[in-house]
Design a protein around this ligand. Structure first.
Ligand code: FES
Length: 216
């Protein structure tokens, strides 16, 4: 369940979705005067750095937990990427950066981290359960599966209950080291953690009896 916290500055509002945060530390390392979890009281101080810097760090939050809203326009201060990317994180989730629709509904955030260990309690999103589960995958892609890729556009993500994450639309697949693996327009990506062909679904979810909750 999302719980949005709002931190108001002179010109911007920083929104923080606690449920989507997996504590990567990108924001606290980039702008420690703005994002500081060791402070007592509120941890976000939007006016402690230039607006553009705060907006950039929010737009780069890999899970989409942070958004920077302009008070002048009422709109989020980020833009669609020139290239949609789907990146495998070693021993961790799948980072997606794109204009997205999930299960038929447009997402406000242009970034999200999706579970690929099968253990998240916030399916389809990552909640860091891969650590407890000791999920292991270095992010290498043994067999790239390129397909006809459209020029650009929205990524349509569909979660198959008890099965894969279906992706349709143009994207570039990046491995765990950030290297481009292939461009594609369609893929079924493993969410259960059991596939022998990661990141692709190979049907192993049917033998491991992968079950997820109703959020699917
Ligand atoms: S979702 Fe993991 S093999 Fe299909």
């Amino acid at each position: 369940m999302s719980r949005i916290h709002r931190y108001e500055g002179a010109d911007i509002i920083v929104e923080f979705d606690l449920a989507r945060c997996i504590h990567t530390g990108d924001c606290t390392h980039s702008l420690p005067d703005v994002f500081n979890t060791s402070r007592t009281g509120r941890w976000v101080h939007p006016d402690a750095a230039p607006v553009d810097s705060v907006a950039r760090v929010c737009a780069d939050c890999p899970t989409g937990a942070l958004r920077c809203i302009s008070k002048a326009t009422g709109k989020a201060m980020d833009s669609a990427p020139s290239i949609n990317t789907v990146q495998l994180m070693p021993d961790g989730p799948l980072y997606v950066h794109a204009n997205m629709a999930l299960n038929g509904a447009p997402l406000a955030a242009r970034r999200a981290a999706f579970c690929r260990c099968g253990k998240s309690r916030l399916m389809p999103y990552c909640d860091n359960s891969h650590r407890e589960a000791e999920f292991s995958h270095d992010g290498d892609v043994a067999i790239p599966m390129p397909s006809e890729a459209p020029a650009n556009g929205t990524l349509t993500l569909t979660v198959k209950h008890g099965g894969a994450l279906m992706i349709e639309g143009p994207f570039t697949l990046l491995d765990g080291a950030g290297n481009e693996v292939c461009k594609s327009g369609k893929a079924a990506l493993c969410r259960c953690g059991a596939s022998q062909m990661k990141p692709y679904c190979d049907g192993s979810h049917t033998t491991t009896r992968f079950e997820t909750d109703a959020q699917d």
